[in-house]
Design a protein around this ligand. Structure first.
Ligand SMILES: Cc1cc2nc3c(=O)[nH]c(=O)nc-3n(C[C@H](O)[C@H](O)[C@H](O)COP(=O)(O)O)c2cc1C
Length: 325
């Protein structure tokens, strides 16, 4: 398939794997890129810039195709050394950076000067327009359904994507709730040039996370995610578990007086425990409503091939077959 995004990113299929903390290691990024999509290494999962440089080198060893690095700007206890991460990305010959959280204005000039394509992921039309204004090449529009941080506007993709299409000049991909050929065709119909998936790519053979995490997502339905940290205006969509229910109880009890320190136990340092050790109740971890559409653990190649052939069938048979004139 050829879209503005496949052309811009030099990939075969308009499918991106969004950055995911403690999931987006070189193994997954390379597998997605080898299957014709764009795999993304999660920058901040690497503790230091030299670690990131090493992860980028490992990814180059596993694929000759383009891949990206995610740089997330979120409130954190100790701010990461972004300039050295940017240097590792540039020196590593990475072609695409996915930015997220705050807009990437502070790092954009360096990335652009190095000829890197910047796709900013955000959750609203106004933030997408800001990204366009400061010179990002594309945006990833993340709807309310998404796993991770959906922002505070709560606009689902059925509205958000056509709104983005009406306003934006730069290309965008649909993110949040995307799982299969139906998602891709719907996203394209609403004006997107492709799709970005997080949760779906966690449940693949190559995702280097504990088997229990994959099984938990397969077992989950669309009713099993919760929104946490809403009172702190740092909303995160996570899969429910005992820690999440405890966290929500604290939010209810403490109300507007809640502070980050009150929920440290449920949110700090959780990812390695869940993703690497399979400690499923260690705390709150991101997961999208799309869990309800995930029922198997394919390879990335099988998943992407299936999405593309399903999309082709939908366009050629179902949609074309409905035409009357
Ligand atoms: C486990 C997990 C961790 C994530 N970590 C990050 C992250 O560190 N940075 C980021 O920009 N997005 C992160 N995301 C968001 C994804 O990149 C993507 O935008 C989102 O998953 C899309 O929604 P979906 O899960 O419905 O596909 C994460 C998502 C998940 C499921």
């Amino acid at each position: 398939m050829k879209t503005r995004i496949t052309e811009m990113l030099n990939i075969e299929h308009p499918i991106i794997q969004g950055g995911m903390h403690y999931v987006g290691f070189a193994e997954l990024a390379a597998a997605v890129s080898n299957a014709g999509g764009l795999g993304i290494i999660t920058g901040l999962t690497q503790k230091t810039a030299p670690d990131l440089a090493n992860e980028i080198a490992r990814c180059h060893d596993m694929t000759d195709k383009p891949f990206g690095v995610n740089l997330t700007f979120l409130p954190s206890v100790a701010a990461p050394d972004y300039p050295s991460y940017v240097k590792a990305i540039i020196d590593g010959g990475v072609k695409v950076v996915e930015t997220a959280g705050r807009n990437p204005v502070q790092v954009l000039p360096y990335l652009k000067e190095a000829g890197i394509t910047v796709v900013h992921k955000c959750t609203s039309v106004r933030h997408s327009l800001k990204a366009q204004e400061i010179g990002c090449d594309a945006v990833s529009v993340d709807g309310f359904e998404c796993g991770g941080h959906p922002g505070e506007d709560d606009i689902p993709n059925m509205i958000l994507l056509p709104r983005a299409a009406d306003e934006l000049e730069i290309p965008f991909v649909a993110s949040g709730g995307m799982a299969d050929g139906r998602s891709l065709v719907a996203a394209l119909a609403m004006g997107a040039e492709g799709m970005n998936m997080g949760t779906r790519f966690m449940v693949t053979q190559e995702a280097p996370i504990h088997e229990r995490v994959k099984q938990a997502i397969v077992a989950a339905t669309e009713l099993d995610t919760r929104l946490v940290m809403r009172p702190l205006r740092n909303t995160e969509r996570v899969l429910t578990n005992t820690a999440v229910e405890r966290l929500l109880e604290k939010e209810k009890e403490l109300g507007a007086n809640i502070e980050f320190e009150d929920i440290m136990e449920e949110v700090a340092g959780v990812y390695p425990k869940v993703m690497l050790d399979g400690d499923m109740n260690a705390g709150a971890w991101s997961c999208g409503m799309v869990a309800g559409l995930i029922n198997d653990i394919p390879t990335c190649q099988e998943l992407i091939d299936r999405i593309m052939s399903e999309a082709d069938g939908l366009i050629r048979q179902r949609l074309e077959g409905m035409r009357t004139a």
